[in-house]
Design a binder for this molecule. Structure first.
Ligand code: ASP
Ligand code: MG
Length: 401
């Protein structure tokens, strides 16, 4: 069972969570609980480190921000004991959850299940701090924002749990963001691949890395609400366990997009490498890319997208590499957004993308870039049309409740 920050925001909620854990353990289950920090705590801790020094050591930032989860883990263990449930809190280093040395965005390398298994055998609930582990050199590390989802799924995989239940402030995964589309529906089931696309394309219910781990280890994940715990939530599972494979299961969007175009680059071998090599070296993640054929066989244009936060870094890298690339000029636009339709049924249903293009055309929305994979189609459009586009597509694919 994993509980997010809003589920643990104050002592009353922690008492409520203890009740949910008690219910599960009295049904005869062995339970590990993974907790986030109280809502707002992590932001506050990060702000403190930045206030003291903007260029502080990432390892020390981790030493500070990991404390948020230490508080909730201890408090929940106390609330459980007070409720007659035998429980102990554990921090990342105590389990241990071993990570690599990338402080602030560490990856879990291994989790030893031995200690947890001994505690389960003794009839104890283990309450574990999410979001953190221990890096080489015995330093505390954290997994990146939203990382306690990843902790929970990784621990579930390590102890070979039957299921990982993610308790949050929404009652499941929706066809799209219900704040934009009032007719969005909760999904009973969604395949790992679909959830992975939805998470990485902008849906914020689960951290992307947690879905990767669930898929890799085949851990079924259920997303459900702490405040309506009797709902069935959404099961993230193997596609084999989904009977009706819809062509479009969900629509995701991201406003964190920026577009860069290089005009009149030479159309010859090595040019793409001259552009994307320096971007990679600068740590810029490139997402969509389009290059046209050149009319004269000599010059063409190339457009790509990056996240808005990396726009400046990307432009700097491109300007530095200008002599090697040889473009005429470069333009950029940070008021674009990406809309994506996702569904495993797309592999077998023809004409899925055409409905998207036709629907956007009817609304007079211009498509700037398109990219596809087996189970998704993404388009880049002007940011001002995001809501209109998502609503129109939700209706066009007959997803409205
Ligand atoms: N407390 C951490 C954060 O706010 C981890 C999490 O909540 O998943 O990012
Ligand atoms: Mg979260």
């Amino acid at each position: 069972m994993k509980f997010g920050g809003t589920s643990l925001a104050d002592l009353d909620r922690i008492r409520h969570v203890a009740g949910l854990v008690k219910r599960e353990s009295s049904r005869g289950h062995e339970v590990a609980v993974v907790v986030s920090a109280m809502a707002g705590e992590t932001n506050k801790l990060i702000a403190w480190t930045r206030d003291l020094s903007p260029l502080h050591d990432a390892g020390e930032q981790d030493a500070v921000v990991a404390t948020g989860e230490q508080v909730t883990a201890g408090l929940l263990a106390i609330a459980l004991s007070a409720n007659g449930v035998s429980a102990r809190s554990w921090q990342g280093w105590q389990v241990p959850v071993q990570t690599n040395a990338t402080h602030g965005a560490a990856r879990i390398e291994s989790i030893d299940p031995a200690l947890l298994n001994t505690r389960f055998a003794a009839g104890e609930v283990a309450v574990i701090t999410g979001f953190q582990g221990v890096a080489p050199g015995n330093r505390i590390s954290t997994l990146g924002r939203g990382g306690s989802d990843t902790s929970a799924v990784a621990i579930a995989a390590a102890v070979q749990a039957d299921r990982c239940d993610i308790y949050t402030d929404v009652d499941g995964v929706y066809t799209t963001d219900p704040r934009i589309v009032a007719k969005a529906r909760r999904l009973e089931r969604i395949a790992f691949e679909e959830m992975l696309e939805m998470a990485s394309l902008g849906a914020k219910v689960l951290q992307t890395r947690s879905v990767e781990i669930a898929m890799l280890h085949g851990v079924p994940v259920r997303v459900l609400s702490t405040f309506e715990p009797d709902g069935s939530g959404t099961l993230v599972c193997d596609e084999e366990d989904i009977v009706e494979k819809k062509s479009v299961t969900g629509i995701a969007y991201s406003r964190d997009e920026a577009k860069i175009t290089l005009h009149r680059i030479p159309d010859k071998p090595g040019v793409a490498a001259a552009i994307f090599g320096p971007l990679a070296d600068a740590g810029v993640n490139v997402d969509m890319i389009v290059q046209n054929v050149s009319e004269d066989g000599k010059k063409t244009d190339l457009t790509f997208t990056v996240s808005r936060t990396q726009l400046h870094r990307a432009l700097e890298a491109i300007e530095k590499a200008a002599p090697a690339i040889g473009y005429r000029d470069v333009t950029h636009d940070a008021s674009v957004a990406k809309i994506s339709i996702v569904g495993i049924g797309m592999r077998t249903h023809p004409g899925v993308a055409q409905i998207m293009f036709g629907t956007l055309a009817d609304k007079g929305i211009n498509i700037e870039v398109i990219s596809t994979s087996e189970i998704k189609v993404s388009v880049l459009i002007a940011e001002e049309y995001v809501e209109l586009a998502v609503r129109a597509l939700h209706a066009a694919y007959e997803m409205d409740a």
